[in-house]
Design a protein around this ligand. Sequence first.
Ligand code: NAD
Length: 468
Amino acid sequence: MTQHLMTINGESRDAAQRFDVINPATGEPFATAPEADAAILDDAMAGAQQAFRSWKLDDDARREALRLAAKALGDATPQIATLLTQEQGKPLGEAMFEVMGVGMWLQYYADLEVEREIVQDDDAAFVEVVRRPIGVVAAIAPWNFPLLLSSWKIAPALRAGNTVVLKPSPYTPLSSLAMVAVLNQALPPGVLNVVTGGDSLGAAMTAHPTPRKVSFTGSVSAGKKVAIASAADLKRVTLELGGNDPAIVLDDVDPAVVGKQLFSAAFQNNGQTCIAVKRVYVPESLHDAVVDALVAEAESVVVGDGMDEATKLGPVQNRPQFDRVAALVQGALASGAKAAAGGAALERPGYFFAPTILTDAADGTEIVDEEQFGPALPVIPYSDLDEAVERANATTYGLGASVWATDTERGEAVARQLDAGSAWVNTHAALAPNLPFGGLKWSGIGVENGPWGLKGFTDMQVVHRRKQ
Ligand code: NAD
């Protein structure tokens, strides 16, 4: 059996303790990962600190290293994707796509031209705003897209001249261990390190004196703890947190077409996507037809082990999340909602939950107000569009939102009223390396991706040279 190891200062490293990694398709452990202790974390931080001295100096060398890292990863895609499916549960094709996404992000940041910001250059003075790397970055990632979301940190942080200590989720450590080992083939020792362990290891990273920046993706509750811990010594923070994305359907759409599109937008990665559609507002006149279309999709989609080629939706990723989805659905049903499709766990080993479409779930029901992060979608009728916009915005979340319309200009006018970091029309979760992504309100602080994401891994310095 392959022994999955951390990479610290360019070297493979085990730990005295190891923890089980579960395959969610069986509910059984299939491998173990090292549990980093305080001494190992200190070594990772020290390696990253040492590597920062030279890594920050040569932009061309960094660009070339990122290109080579993307190439090395490309060659290793099938092995890493297989590990990702085994530990995360997603279909193998989607896992392959995720690994390829990491390559895209590395390549994008290698190619990005960062323009100099010269504010003044005249007879009196030369004044430039310079973007300086911050230092060691603590990068903390969740389990839903462990590799891609890590690369949104690794690629811009390294390109900007920082060094990184990455901690994946304890539910999905193996693919990140494998990915970092491969990327290290192209990077100098210490530039990219990975430590694995539980939530307390993440807390130890945010409390550690070495990192000057914490880049965190995960839940709102953990994000708040990260912000508090980082404030103690004024570490910079970027927080990419949870969402409760609304989709508002306008009255001029074909409900059969939009119902199908909404199903994909809500159930991609089994609903375990920060920007999945998590509640749908539909005009009363179209409610039943949209529900019918969603139910048809829910009842025909193939749910199964991600390693089976036919599978479109895998299991819920872990036991606590499976229990949470089940509790939210139960709670909704108990308070008057109806399951038009699904409504319960599937009778089989592993964490499988039937794709669930809920009607009659009122505002105030937990599954409407909170992030379900799983395969269950409430459909809510509205009679007045302004009121639907108000209800969509009446939440502490503000990550993504979409409007579905045949008259796309009218749709855009509605989308612009939605309190969300990304507002889409006739699509959802349309992401790209060159677009900023982030949340309003409790969905986050700062953005990732594009030149904006790169700048989040820099401090500004004004260099002012008087000429007279
Ligand atoms: P989580 O917050 O439980 O864990 C995320 C990571 O943080 C893990 O590595 C975990 O070990 C670590 N962690 C937990 N407590 C910590 C602490 N006190 N200090 C430092 N690190 C700590 O989240 P999860 O369950 O892994 O992921 C699901 C959540 O992530 C959902 O809410 C989802 O919406 C959100 N998410 C957001 C985005 C985004 O870009 N906005 C993307 C994906 C997922």
